[in-house]
Design a binder for this molecule. Structure first.
Ligand code: NAP
Length: 493
């Protein structure tokens, strides 16, 4: 069965770029094939745009900026809410597209549509609250204050692990602020982005305000980064590419937001029930088959409960079902491609060669070449890749620690600083860890931490800026200060 036959609305499956409100072929005839990672079958093809076509998307966005910024905030809100309603109405089709191109199980894909749509609703409303300030004047007979103005065209480069929500978290904020966007999705998962474009058009978002360009990543991103008409770049992806884009944006001094990799510690205190903590750690590790920037990458367990924790973790992990995400009752889908499987295997080999113990994870049981069975390693040390690198795979590494000071040092022993988890009921330990952990987000006794109202983002080499929350829209706004002088006597100035 083809992808479009599996949708109740087949027009959501588009195999063109979307520029200036038009579905666009590649002028040079270059194409890419998109595969289902669970089966290896081709799902469809996408055009690779030529340089001039990407520049044309910037022309279109710049032209659209004039009208889009001139709308009242409540008018932009209405359009975005119409988009939100369509995302909700087509949730099942959007989830099907996502599962087929990304691999995640259908319940997770439905959850992501819900999550992605929630940013559209949030920012639709936030756009009405981009308040300036009144500043008590130090200048005689003057009124001082600030206005918030949209920065201009925003380029958004997004990854494959959350093919819909990573777009809406950026695009809704930018569009609510009055900025048109040019989205460059990951080549593995373009169809979710294109379905978003189809629904944006139906929602009455004007031509040129939401564009999706497809092409060779390095080529497209250079055009977007070097063009002075693009005023903001927001990127979610690896730290390696983030560094490169930051450098490229220096030429035009753009506003840059980066949501990069993570290497989350999951700290379990000695007072915890090993079963409760282990079940939470399994939930924090295996979402999206471990391909999640928030995934618990280093599990640090107090030595007094280490063995009991490992036993509980292994038994919970053994209950996870691995398979094609489109089928019912699957917990873990495939990895995104064969290279990801090879990387996971090399991380496990590296750990074993340095003395780690393999508690569970028999790759002979994998249901296909792109699958990696959940794997548990103990005795993980800081020299191992499984500790140092974001493994982005269903590989869990556990390390025992002795006291709070030691675990703080261990947890901070990374260039990353996105998210950390702490499990303990001791309020002094909670406060000490909360303050000492060098992370942008710390979740205490909770696996769930994200959603529209929170400032999502990392410190150190995990990124710049915050998405979501009341500050997420600021990434797309300039503050203009004004001084109105010679007003005569201004009472209260
Ligand atoms: P990636 O390789 O950095 O790719 C992300 C995006 O960058 C894709 O659109 C990709 O395009 C593009 N890209 C790749 N090489 C490029 C280059 N040389 N120049 C310009 N653009 C380039 O990351 P990924 O493997 O897709 O995603 C996984 C990473 O994203 C992980 O590190 C994860 O932690 C991070 N992530 C972070 C967050 C967060 O909120 N902090 C959320 C999700 C994921 P092509 O696909 O066309 O190559």
């Amino acid at each position: 069965m083809t992808l479009s036959n599996m949708l109740s609305d087949p027009r959501l499956f588009r195999q063109y770029a979307y520029v200036d409100g038009k579905w666009t072929h590649g002028d040079g005839g270059r194409e890419d094939t998109v595969f289902n990672p669970a089966t290896g079958e081709a799902l469809g093809h996408i055009p690779l745009l030529e340089t001039e076509q990407v520049s044309a998307a910037i022309d279109a966005a710049e032209a659209a900026f004039v009208q889009w910024r001139a709308l009242r905030a409540d008018e932009r809100c209405e359009r975005l809410l119409a988009w939100y309603d369509l995302l909700q109405a087509h949730r099942e089709d959007l989830a099907t597209i996502m599962t087929l191109e990304q691999g995640k199980p259908m319940p997770d894909a439905r959850g992501e549509v819900e999550y992605g749509a929630s940013f559209v609703r949030w920012f639709a409303e936030e756009g009405k609250r981009t308040f300036g300030e009144t500043i008590p004047s130090h200048i005689p007979n003057a009124a001082l204050g600030t206005l918030k103005e949209p920065v201009g065209v925003a380029a958004l480069i997004t990854p494959w692990n959350f093919p819909l929500a990573m777009i809406t978290r950026k695009a809704a904020a930018a569009m609510a602020a009055g900025c048109p966007v040019i989205v460059k999705p990951a080549h593995e998962t373009p169809f979710s982005a294109l379905a978003l474009a189809e629904l944006a058009e139906r929602a009455g978002i004007p031509a040129g305000v939401f564009n999706v360009v497809l092409g060779e990543a390095a080529e497209v991103s250079k055009i977007l980064c070097f063009d002075d008409r693009v005023k903001a770049l927001s990127f979610t992806g690896s730290t390696r590419v983030g560094r490169l884009l930051l450098e490229q944006c220096a030429n035009t001094v753009k506003r840059v937001s980066l949501e990069l990799g993570g290497n989350a510690p999951f700290i379990v205190g000695p007072d915890m029930d090993p079963k409760e903590a282990a079940y939470a750690a399994v939930a924090a590790k295996f979402q999206t088959a471990g391909q999640d920037c928030l995934a618990a990458n280093r599990i640090l367990v107090h030595e007094s409960i280490h063995d009991a924790f490992v036993e509980q973790f292994a038994s919970r992990m053994a209950a996870l079902t691995v398979g094609n995400g489109i089928e019912a009752e699957v917990d873990l889908g495939p990895l995104i491609h064969r290279q990801a499987v090879e990387k996971a295997a090399s991380i496990v080999d590296d750990a074993l060669s340095q003395g780690a113990t393999l508690v569970a994870g028999d790759q002979l049981e994998a249901p296909g070449p792109n699958f990696f069975m959940p794997t548990l390693l103990t005795g993980v040390t800081p020299q191992m890749k499984v500790w140092r690198e974001e493994n982005f795979a269903p590989v869990a590494g556990i390390t025992a620690y002795g006291d709070d000071d030691q675990v703080i040092e261990m947890a901070n022993d990374t260039e990353y600083g996105l998210a950390a988890y702490v499990y303990t009921h001791d309020i002094r330990r909670i406060w000490k860890l909360l303050r000492a952990l060098e992370y942008g987000m710390v979740a205490v006794n909770s696996v769930k931490m994200t959603g529209p109202p929170i400032p999502f983002g990392g410190v150190k080499q995990s990124g710049l800026g915050r998405e979501g929350g009341v500050t997420g829209i600021d990434e797309y706004l300039e503050t203009k200060y004004y001084c109105l002088g010679a007003l005569g006597s201004v009472s209260g100035s």
